[in-house]
Design a protein around this ligand. Sequence first.
Ligand code: SAM
Length: 278
Amino acid sequence: MSGIDSLPPLRDVITTHGLSARKSLGQNFLLDLNLTAKIARMAGDIENADVLEIGPGPGGLTRGLLAEGARRVLAVEKDARCIPALEEIASAYPGRLEVINGDALELDPTERLTPPIKVAANLPYNVGTELLVRWLTPPSWPPFWQSLTLMFQREVAERIVATPGSKAYGRLAVLVQWRASAQIVLNLPPGAFTPPPKVSSAVVHLTALNAPRFPADPKALERVVARAFNQRRKMMRAALKGMAPDIEDRLIASGIEPTDRAETVGLEQFCALARNLG
Ligand code: SAM
């Protein structure tokens, strides 16, 4: 037997290595290997890519990625208790899995990977959102990653793909959709995880665009969008007051009515405004 067939079931791995789930590390494990293989397939063509996996835990998604043919996987896990279980997987797939015991927020793993690079992760939600924002705001574009396949709390996934006029539309949607395409590719109920979290989850697949959809300076865009959505119930002329003495004229020049609210302003208009205020 080789590969995945030589490895014990994940429930046994958890018992053998004493991997009782820790709330402080946001540990909700996926133990169904059919499901983790399905998520791995959602990452796209991994046979010709290196995959960065953040938070592999006992290795359910790691196994899925390797069984689906990932060229190489670099797995970064904060919990030292998981490392022996992950090393067992590495032995079953010689030369294809590298495991690092570390905090993904403090590590730059890119130098160990060869492009194209895909990221796949089932992470604690707070860490996932923080990393997503970092991955979307690199010093230069295109970023190191070609695609991101990430598990989020359903409500966060909806904010990522939201369109103008919807309640979920805000800063995150603009930040994501400016330079990436994003889709919810799978919805999962709490019962898909062990232990089950309180809320539903969703997998979001994001692909980096080669260039932004509309030109704008990233910092200027971020500033405008942060101000606009900080007071999302206010009209744009009030929310952005103080950003320029002639803010109303600049809004109009950007195709925005001064009485519009941020939640109805589209990406193209926000980019125009960032240019007009730049
Ligand atoms: N991927 C596994 C699965 O699907 O079963 C585990 C998912 S669990 C939701 C999140 C994992 O991320 C845990 O194993 C946890 O220890 C790890 N983790 C939490 N914070 C981390 C961080 N800052 N850096 C790396 N791993 C982290």
